[in-house]
Design a protein around this ligand. Sequence first.
Ligand SMILES: [Zn+2]
Length: 140
Amino acid sequence: MLVNGAVVAGKGASPVKGRSTEELDQIRGLLRSRFEELDAEYEEALAQSQRLRLVEIGDSAGDDQADSGSKTAERDAATSLLRTLLDRRTQAEYAMQRLEDGTYGNCEGCSNPIPVERLEVFPSATTCVNCKQVRERRAS
Ligand SMILES: [Zn+2]
């Protein structure tokens, strides 16, 4: 039931302004593979950080100061990597939702579709190159 509903909703959704179905499919595939990539990286980083933690618990008894210092640095790096990956994964997920809503991939400035080539490089881009340059000029 739920699956059927989702399919119908997808077909019935109004197309994004100026974007062909092929392009939408292309972007959808782009976002999905990005999400899966990040998801795999995240899982791997998570396993890695859990290993670090176990090692730490396991042999911290005989450590001198320098050793535990480098371990802390290692763990901090792992934690910040995890946070970054999780953040990017959430962004990709959010982008997929917005694509289905018809609000992803259009420029916030001029509301024209952002070229697929740009989204491929910057999936989180919210403006086209022109509007981005205008904004940057205004900001400086
Ligand atoms: Zn624009």
